[in-house]
Design a protein around this ligand. Structure first.
Ligand SMILES: Nc1ncnc2c1ncn2[C@@H]1O[C@H](COP(=O)(O)OP(=O)(O)OP(=O)(O)O)[C@@H](O)[C@H]1O
Ligand SMILES: [Mg+2]
Length: 515
């Protein structure tokens, strides 16, 4: 007898529909044959499937079983085929019959005793299932109980949780009624949409907070330079807290990536805050941007809609950093491999940090710097030029004086900064409308000419800066973009000398102060 079921395979972070056909026929040697490009993990599943069937009280047919996974050319590599294959064998050998097999897709790994195990990428699977429901090809999707809340985030599809093979058979044969898992997106957002850090925790450093506020307001990448222990890491960790709240659509985009990599925390099926990723400087190229033989997302995609923090920037391999150029421009990364080309979202704000010299104390009035000029030059020269080109704001984070550290007065909080960021972002949304640019940082040269008109003193100041500091044409445009954001924070359409002057201040490295 032939049984047909629908399931999904994860390709990168996308779920693709797969048909499972199972033919159980008497005659020939008893064996299970898998066809349709299953990888080793799926081949192994035949042993699990056999034990799960017997341990759940069903018969393992003593016949020839052929399992076909179609389309054949699609690489298939997850263990989520256990449950559909087992159900196919049981239906194909007449142990239950069901009309529902056409209406519900099935995913899930099985343990030897027949209980379901959580699978990776169930959010993407539910999204793909919802598409098929709109095409009237499906009513719902049967998933392991542990994944039900994650799948139920997607609207417009019935998510049926099953904790074991026996429950799945009960559901399909109609002996067991299982209610679809209720969507609880609003509840997850209420519960998880708060950060456990706040800018109020940082004593002093008001100038750095202001610079980070400008960066967050205009979507500018930024770089912090300062001595060890000055609070760079502490400040960077708090940048997500002043960005606009994560929208439901953004949350699903980012959660999908964590789900595909199996990185969702148990009990938290949805990311409700912006991610903060701080990969170590020894990270490989593939770890940072994604890769492996079958492409999987890397750190920059895990930072999608949030912040990527590169601490100790000069310690990263130059080549590793240079692969960031394309994603920083496009907000996505494209990975080509022999088998396939994949595109992963990677729209993040870059925050980098470094010490001013190898010993870390250059320019610190309280400590003697041990480094010679060539040492410093070599250290700074390790930062990739093309990456530096994509950073608009350089800020100095000096050591905090004891008086400020000991002060009881808490400084500017994340709430205050976020309010300013939101107002400035609103002005940008009105300015750019639907033209594809969303932030000042992404303004094209033409938009700079249109939106950054300077009054006489401002133009004079910029001219002097270009001449005296030797700012390049690129740095000149960066100053204008940042000054536009400073003016937006000031609720001003006009751009004056104060706005330009603050923006010039954020060109620390161009000003040659550390060379
Ligand atoms: N402004 C500050 N207010 C309160 N605590 C601070 C401040 N600056 C530093 N600290 C304390 O010092 C610790 C070290 O700071 P942090 O790790 O952010 O420094 P850093 O600049 O990143 O240093 P490094 O260059 O060594 O990485 C923090 O965990 C915090 O406890
Ligand atoms: Mg640090």
């Amino acid at each position: 007898m032939l049984a047909r079921l629908q399931t999904f395979s994860l390709v990168g972070i996308d779920a693709v529909p797969v048909d499972v056909e199972v033919d159980v026929s008497a005659g020939g040697l008893p064996a299970t044959v898998l066809v349709g490009m299953p990888d080793a993990a799926i081949r192994e599943s035949t042993h699990r499937v056999a034990r799960a069937m017997v341990n759940s009280g069903f018969n393992r047919p003593n016949d020839r079983i052929v399992v076909n996974l179609a389309p054949a050319e699609l690489p298939k590599q997850a263990a989520t085929f256990d449950l559909p294959i087992t159900l196919g064998i049981l239906a194909g050998s007449g142990q239950f019959s069901s009309q529902r097999l056409q209406d519900y897709a099935v995913v899930g790994e099985l343990s030897l005793e027949g209980s379901t195990r959580p699978a990776r990428g169930v959010l993407s699977i539910a999204m793909a299932a919802a598409c098929r429901r709109r095409e009237r090809l499906l009513k719902g999707v049967v998933v392991p109980t542990a994944n039900a809340t994650e799948a139920a985030v997607v609207e417009g599809i019935d998510v049926i949780p099953v904790s074991s093979l026996a429950e799945a058979v009960g559901f399909f044969s109609g002996d067991l009624q299982i209610a679809p898992a209720p969507p609880r997106v609003a509840e997850w957002f209420d519960r998880f949409a708060t950060y456990d850090v706040d800018f109020a925790d940082v004593r002093g450093q008001e100038a750095a907070k202001r610079a980070l506020c400008v960066a967050a307001a205009g979507g500018h990448n930024c770089l912090m330079v300062g001595p060890p222990g000055g609070g760079k890491t502490m400040l960077a960790k708090r940048v997500p807290t002043i960005l606009p709240a994560l929208s439901a659509a953004e949350s699903i985009e980012t959660t999908r990536i964590y789900s595909a990599l199996g990185l969702l925390q148990p009990g938290q099926p949805l990311l409700a805050t912006r991610p903060f990723r701080a990969p170590h400087h020894t990270i490989s190229e593939a770890g940072l941007v994604g890769g492996r033989s079958v492409p999987m997302p890397g750190e920059i995609s895990l930072a999608h809609n949030g912040v990527l923090f590169l601490d100790e920037l000069p310690e990263f391999h130059r080549r590793t950093l240079e692969v960031l150029r394309q994603p920083l421009e496009d907000g996505a990364v494209t990975i080509s491999r022999v088998k396939q080309t994949t595109r992963f979202p990677a729209d993040f704000m870059l925050v980098a940090a470094l010490n001013p010299c190898p010993c870390g104390y250059r320019g610190d009035p309280r400590r003697q710097c041990q480094c010679t000029a060539p040492h410093v030059e070599k250290y700074m020269g390790k930062i990739s030029g093309p990456l530096l080109d994509r950073i608009d704001i350089h800020l100095e984070v000096p050591a905090v004086p004891f008086r400020e550290l000991a002060s009881k007065r808490s400084g500017t909080s994340s709430g205050q900064l976020r309010e300013a960021v939101l107002a400035a972002r609103l002005r940008q949304a009105e300015r750019f409308g639907a033209c594809g640019t969303h932030s000042n940082a992404r303004m094209t040269s033409r938009q700079i000419r249109e939106h950054c008109r300077l009054d006489q003193p401002a133009a004079e100041l910029l001219r002097a800066a270009v001449a005296d500091l030797g700012l390049s044409a690129r740095a000149h445009d960066k100053v204008l973009r940042v000054a536009r954001t400073v003016a937006d924070l000031d609720a001003s359409d006009a751009m004056g000398a104060a706005h330009i002057s603050e923006a010039i201040n954020y060109r620390l490295l161009d000003r040659g102060l550390w060379q």
